[in-house]
Design a binder for this molecule. Structure first.
Ligand SMILES: NC(=O)c1ccc[n+]([C@@H]2O[C@H](COP(=O)([O-])OP(=O)(O)OC[C@H]3O[C@@H](n4cnc5c(N)ncnc54)[C@H](OP(=O)(O)O)[C@@H]3O)[C@@H](O)[C@H]2O)c1
Length: 331
């Protein structure tokens, strides 16, 4: 039986826990969150209103005083500066980690010294740390990397994710500015309350690293508002024409003045067609499309849980998705 601790009992952490309850060989032995309303309760109460024997502790050390585990499933924040000390403590307690922290999907980009130091620490303690999820983690990096495996030659890669945010939860809709006036959107963008999609630069770096491409530059485009063309009304939100329906952000990896990797992320309410597409210019040229696009929360939770046996069996270190065997369902 694989014993896990859920670190961060928000939307994603709770959904991870829900999926684990369906797995025969994985058990949740405890959880951690800083929310005072949750601390001391049983995680099961947040999932199905009944106890599952996994208390929510205020810190990892408190959890480890009461229980032991092999793997931490971590979903607290998108940024390494916020998660670094949490991850360090877990590594020093000899726990493997799978995290949805976007910047951890390729930590060697923004904080290479910290990443290398963490890699050393993981090796000393014999554990593996992985940042994964749907995006970054799969759709805009691991999947295109895998598709190059059937190519004899690759010149360019273009990945597009278009998502109708109407089918997503309200916090996500707010995160992309849906319903705001253009002026308020710009204000929130300037105040960093709206950040665009975290992880595009990491996905580009992961692809380049996997393919052995040395990039000369990385262009991270501005976060562009997408304005509603008509009224959109759902149970959750009402958007007037001219108001913000969501956002778009494009990022490119540049080699010899050419954009060799382009990632185009669009999430807005009212998108008529939702899809994930991958275009690889090469021999052969590939046009792959998943339609409708994969639901982010479902895919993220699946990636985390399905990675558990792969991470346990991986070499110790701070690894990325390119270092693991191909993802597959763990039943
Ligand atoms: N890679 C991917 O594809 C992918 C996909 C989905 C989500 N994500 C990322 O995964 C993270 C979690 O997502 P979410 O939707 O579950 O967010 P969320 O609903 O905000 O949940 C985060 C939870 O972690 C708690 N937390 C924050 N700091 C903590 C700390 N120091 N110690 C313990 N608990 C802490 C939060 O408590 P408070 O509410 O009290 O702050 C909250 O309960 C986000 O950064 C999100 O962007 C990545």
């Amino acid at each position: 039986m694989i014993k896990t601790i859920i670190y961060g009992c928000g939307e994603i952490g709770v959904r991870i826990a829900k999926l684990i309850l369906k797995k025969r060989n994985i058990k949740i032995v405890g959880s951690v969150d800083i929310d005072k309303e949750k601390i001391g309760r049983d995680l099961g109460e947040l999932i199905k209103g009944e106890k599952i024997g996994a208390e929510i502790f205020s810190t990892l050390s408190n959890a480890l005083a009461e229980t032991d585990a092999q793997v931490v499933l971590h979903a607290t924040s998108s940024y390494l500066k916020d998660t670094y000390s949490q991850l360090k403590e877990a590594v020093e307690a000899e726990l493997n980690i799978i995290s949805t922290c976007e910047e951890l999907s390729y930590p060697y980009l923004k904080l290479p010294e910290i990443a290398l130091d963490s890699d050393q620490r993981c090796k000393q303690h014999g554990v593996t740390v992985l940042g994964t999820g749907i995006n970054p983690g799969f759709l805009m990096d691991t999947l295109p990397i895998a598709l190059t495996g059937i190519c004899q030659d690759v010149k360019k890669i273009k990945v597009k994710r278009i998502m109708n945010a109407a089918t997503r939860r309200l916090p996500f809709q707010k995160k992309i500015g849906a319903g705001l006036s253009l002026a308020d959107f710009k204000k929130k963008l300037a105040g960093k309350q709206i950040t665009g999609h975290v992880g595009l630069s990491e996905s580009i770096s992961l692809i380049a690293d996997a393919l052995g491409w040395k990039l000369d530059g990385l262009e991270l485009g501005e976060v562009e508002p997408i304005l509603a063309k008509e009224v959109y009304e759902s149970d959750l939100i009402r958007i007037k024409p001219g108001s913000v329906a969501g956002l778009r952000q494009v990022a490119c990896g540049v080699k010899k003045d050419e954009r060799v990797i382009t990632l185009d992320f669009q999430a807005f309410i009212g998108a008529k067609k939702e899809y994930d597409s991958i275009y690889i210019e090469g021999n052969p040229t590939i046009n792959e499309k998943i339609s409708p696009c994969v639901h982010g929360d479902i895919g993220t939770v699946a990636m985390v849980v399905n990675s558990i046996p792969l991470v346990i069996n991986a070499q110790p270190g701070l690894i990325t998705m390119k270092d693991l065997p191909i993802p597959r369902i763990y039943e």
